[in-house]
Design a protein around this ligand. Structure first.
Ligand code: ZN
Length: 303
C-alpha cells in the first residue's frame, strides 16, 4: 500500500456539548443493565467530540457529534418510552447555540460545507447528530450497524434513531472492508483505505454496537492516531482490560486485545475516544490542529 504520509495537514478536535452518563456506563459493572440505568447514583460528565482531519484532498470528520435538537426540540425522541430511557442513560446534556457542528468547525478555521467525508464510528445518536449539517458529505458506516438498525423493531430504545439517520439525501456508504496484508495494521486483517493513500485506515472494532469501527490516522513526523469511538472511554481502561457496561463484553475484550497489539506494532500510537476529555491536549502541538480560537474540550470551566 502506498502511504502518502504528508497528505494529512492537521488534526483537530471539537466538541458538540457535553452530558453526564452513569459511572458504570464508562467503567463497566457486573450489575444488570436496568439496575445501574435506573438506580446508579454516580455520574461522569463527558464531552461529545468530533475529530476533524484536514487532508489535502478535503476535510474529513470522524463522527459528527450530538444534534442540538436533543435540548431544544420537545419532539426529539420518537416516543415517550424512548425519552424515558434516554433521560436515565444521559443526564443534564448541555449543548448551547455555539456547540453545533457548523459553529464548532468555524472555531477551528473550517466550514461545514468543506466536509467531504465523514466516517461514523457507530450509529448511536451522539455520533450521527451532525449529519444534517453536512448534506454534501459522503457518509461511511459499518454495514452491520445498518443491518442491526433495520432488523430491530425498536432500535430507538438503543439510542439508534433511524429517522435521524436515514434522512432524505444523505449519502450513506457501507464501509467496503477488504483484506489487508500491511504488517503495520496487524493483527487486523481487514481494512478500508478511506482516501486511497494509506493516511486514513478504517478498521472493524466490534463490541460497543454492531458495525462499530475505528480509524487510524497516519502523518509524517507524528505518532499515528487511533480514533476509537466508544470502544473505550479512556486508554487506561484499555490497558486494564476494563470494558464499559455498554456493548458485548466478550467482543469488547477481543477488540481491546487487537487494539493493544496494533499499538505494539505502532509505537507511540495515540488512542482517542469519542468522549475523551483530554483529546485536545493529546493532539496539542503535534498535529497542527491548534488554533488561537480553539477552546479546550475539557469540561471544566464551562458554564
Ligand atoms: Zn455509543
Amino acid at each position: 500500500m502506498m502511504l502518502r504520509t504528508d497528505a494529512v495537514k492537521a488534526v483537530s478536535v471539537v466538541t458538540t456539548g457535553d452530558g453526564e452518563v452513569h459511572h458504570e456506563h464508562v467503567f463497566g459493572t457486573r450489575k444488570p443493565e436496568l439496575l445501574w440505568i435506573f438506580f446508579g447514583r454516580r455520574w461522569v460528565r463527558l464531552p461529545i467530540n468530533v475529530y476533524v482531519i484536514d487532508h489535502q484532498d478535503g476535510l474529513v470528520l470522524f463522527d459528527t457529534g450530538q444534534d442540538r435538537a436533543v435540548v431544544t426540540d420537545p419532539d426529539y425522541y420518537p416516543d415517550r418510552i424512548t425519552a424515558f430511557f434516554y433521560r436515565h442513560i444521559f443526564r443534564d446534556i448541555r449543548i448551547g447555540p455555539e456547540d453545533t457542528l457548523p459553529v464548532q468547525l468555524e472555531r477551528v478555521g473550517y466550514s461545514a460545507s468543506q466536509v467531504r467525508k465523514a466516517v461514523i464510528s457507530h450509529l448511536h445518536s451522539d455520533h450521527v447528530g451532525g449529519i444534517t449539517h453536512i448534506p454534501e458529505a459522503e457518509l461511511y458506516a459499518g454495514e452491520e450497524g445498518f443491518a442491526y438498525m433495520r432488523g430491530r423493531d425498536h432500535p430507538e430504545r438503543q439510542t439508534v434513531f433511524r429517522d435521524r439517520i436515514e434522512i432524505p439525501g444523505a449519502r450513506w456508504h457501507m464501509i467496503p472492508f477488504g483484506p489487508t496484508h500491511d504488517p503495520s495494521l496487524a493483527p487486523f486483517s481487514e481494512a478500508f483505505d478511506l482516501m486511497g493513500d494509506g493516511s486514513m485506515i478504517v478498521l472493524p472494532t466490534p463490541g460497543h454496537l454492531p458495525g462499530s469501527v475505528s480509524m487510524l490516522v497516519r502523518r509524517r513526523a507524528a505518532p499515528a492516531l487511533l480514533l476509537v469511538g466508544d470502544l473505550t472511554y479512556d486508554e487506561r481502561l484499555l490497558d486494564r482490560d476494563q470494558v464499559p457496561a455498554v456493548g458485548d463484553a466478550d467482543q469488547l475484550r477481543r477488540t481491546y486485545a487487537k487494539v493493544r497489539a496494533l499499538r505494539a506494532n505502532n509505537p507511540g500510537l495515540v488512542i482517542l475516544s469519542a468522549h475523551d476529555p483530554h483529546a485536545r491536549e493529546k493532539l496539542s502541538g503535534r498535529y497542527g490542529g491548534d488554533r488561537p480560537s480553539d477552546r479546550p474540550t475539557s469540561v471544566t470551566g464551562r458554564g
